[in-house]
Design a protein around this ligand. Sequence first.
Ligand SMILES: Nc1ncnc2c1ncn2[C@@H]1O[C@H](COP(=O)(O)OP(=O)(O)O)[C@@H](O)[C@H]1O
Ligand SMILES: [Mg+2]
Length: 344
Amino acid sequence: MTEPCLKVSDLHVMYDLGSNGFGKRKRLHAVNGASFEIAAGETLGLVGESGSGKSTIGLSIMRLIEPWSGKVTLGGTDVTGVGRKDVRTLRRRMQMVFQDPYSSLNPSMTVEQLLEEPLIIHRDLPKAERSAMVGQMLESVGLHAGYAVRYPHEFSGGQRQRIAIARAMILHPELVVLDEPVSALDVSTQSQILNLLKAIQAGSGTAFLLVAHDLAVVRLMSPNVAVMYLGEIVEAGPSGRVYDAPAHPYTAALISAVPFPDPERQRTATRIILKGDLPSPLNPPSGCRFRTRCPFAMEICAKETPPAVPVEGGGTAACHLHAHGPKLAGRSLMPFIKERLAGG
Ligand SMILES: Nc1ncnc2c1ncn2[C@@H]1O[C@H](COP(=O)(O)OP(=O)(O)O)[C@@H](O)[C@H]1O
Ligand SMILES: [Mg+2]
């Protein structure tokens, strides 16, 4: 087995919300035991509705927030265990691109300065060589080298995201965390940026963790996907299997909410309506965290946390339906759902 680019094991992340007034600290458990791997040069898509903990995972991999427990390794190097000083060295090997290209680039720096900064911090190069690299990098993300003298406000959203990608890629990192990289862009710009990311990956062999709430984006970009609900990965596996044969009711619900372009198909499509709202992570439901919204919840779901079981066709799902009730044993949920929705 070759070493994965990124390995995340049982990651827990808490936000400290201060004291509750009685001397006890109040903590929000934003990520509750996430584990996954990304192979070198591959993309893993991380999906789930807003507040499920996707950005928190990205930020803790980067050590931009400190994990509570668990382990993250980058190409075998322990990320979680190193001191703050060595985190800086690791930044050379992993970078992050944020959703909002308007706030993520320092407005008082020129494009040249923005792209040069990582080179100045991490590499010892003469100015002329740095400038040449900045020019090349700009061209590789589809911008004129002459744009180097301009400021971020002179560019459109899509162009700014190209600049952010150029800045992330200039040190040839092993991993880039892309946190909703196209969510702020209009649809046609979205596909240009996604195509650019694919081309960059093909040329560089950089692995991506692609955080997105848009399932279509993830399917297009990632051979593998992990689905998050309230701080936990509830299902993971090859994208084709997860999308066509989901084994967790939350995944099935997310997929059923994506409209079909064909109106006839849309009319006959299976829609799974979730009850209620996302519960607060400050007070998550007992047992399975999804059970309060699950149309198929059983008695055991309130009592026991479902273990992740292997799924036919690859990956895992953490749902009691596999061992209890209909005993799906790692099979697709779709035949069961269709039967139930037909009045079974
Ligand atoms: N800095 C913070 N302080 C306290 N709570 C936070 C902070 N950032 C995020 N959270 C909470 O942590 C949970 C996960 O948030 P986040 O990782 O941003 O989710 P996502 O990216 O999936 O929308 C949410 O309940 C959110 O309100
Ligand atoms: Mg987020």
